[in-house]
Design a protein around this ligand. Structure first.
Ligand SMILES: [Zn+2]
Length: 334
């Protein structure tokens, strides 16, 4: 997603205000912990904040974009800015030692030095212990920014030495709007926003050939399952099983099927909930008249049961055939 300052402000207005105030009052701390779910714009905000801190002529708490500091940051080679990511599974002690060495090195550019730990929750204990003292009392003008979407996994000793910056989750309607602005159709935006909270991941999904194919298959399957079990079986054998080879792919497809039935419940209940598949609305409206809440609840239960069976590695052909029979009846064959 674009990290234009206006976009970032829209995404996280409170956080941006908080950081701009810190900058304005010249109260930049030694360490910040940015915590929030995936897709809440932590990296975009971090980049805006770091650029502001490195800018030589900020204008009203925004980086100027033209000075040497801004240009070096944008080109990815500002000498006072270092980023660390997990090396394999963990952020390791050696990485932290190297980082401290670089931060203490003299002869760097004058001014503030900044380091960022991506996925800071992946620091192993010895890495975290190595970082502690430096985090609290760095030499010179140094600021740490730790990013995490698993704040419960951050050691309390690290947490207590950091200023916490909490990122809000982005509401469904807002994510849909952003995606439409980025060129997705309203129906596709509705679907992918239901599958993931992460706007970037949503955009990738909407371009993923397999996902588009599976979405189409699910739409056909819902209508068939509700009218003609033989046709549903045919779709399963010709379009579902050959395409969905991996367990995770099957699970996502079953989730889409589940969302379709959730839509149907919402239509029947006349709720103004957001629909995963707005393009099925005419079908939902016709069909909702002929189906009871009890039948719908049984069907949803049948899909959930299939998901459990998937995890127990049940034969997938059998699993899908059984599911089609269960959806047809609206009562459960075990
Ligand atoms: Zn600048």
């Amino acid at each position: 997603m674009t990290s234009h300052i206006e976009e970032v402000r829209k995404l996280q207005p409170v956080v941006m205000k908080q950081l701009e105030t810190i900058f304005q009052k010249n109260r930049v701390a030694h360490a910040y912990l940015f915590e929030g779910a995936k897709g809440t714009g932590k990296v975009a905000v971090m980049r805006a904040f770091v650029k502001l801190l490195l800018c030589e002529k900020p204008i009203q708490n925004v980086s100027c974009e033209t000075c040497r500091g801004c240009r070096r940051f944008e080109s990815g080679n500002h000498p006072n800015f270092v980023q660390i990511e997990p090396d394999g599974q963990d952020i390791k002690k050696d990485q932290i030692l190297q980082l401290i060495f670089e931060m203490n090195k003299t002869g760097l550019e004058a001014g503030r030095k900044i380091y960022v730990l991506h996925r800071a929750d992946r620091m192993n204990t010895s890495a975290a212990n190595t970082l502690l003292k430096f985090l609290e009392e760095p030499e010179g003008l140094v600021t740490a920014i730790l990013l995490t979407d698993k704040s419960h996994a951050i050691l309390p000793t690290i947490r207590s030495r950091s200023q916490i910056v909490s990122f809000r989750s982005i509401p469904y309607e807002e994510r849909v709007k952003v995606l439409i602005d980025q060129g997705l159709t309203a129906t596709m935006a509705a679907t992918v926003s239901m599958v993931t909270n992460d706007v970037d991941e949503s955009l990738e999904l909407a371009k993923d050939e397999q996902f588009l194919q599976v979405r189409k298959t699910v739409l056909k399957l819902v209508e068939a399952a509700e009218s003609n079990v033989n046709e549903a079986m045919l779709i399963v054998h010709e379009e579902w099983l050959p395409v969905l080879k991996e367990k995770e792919e099957t699970e996502r497809a079953l989730d889409l099927l589940l969302f379709a039935y959730r839509d149907l419940v919402a239509v029947k209940a006349n709720s103004d909930a957001a629909y995963t598949f707005p393009d099925l609305l005419p079908f939902y409206q016709r069909h909702a008249l002929h189906i009871s809440f009890e039948q719908l609840s049984n069907k949803i239960e049948a899909i959930l049961k299939s998901k459990q069976q998937l995890h127990r590695n049940m034969n997938r052909t059998l699993l899908m055939e059984q599911l089609m029979l269960n959806l047809q009846g609206g009562f459960l064959f075990v």
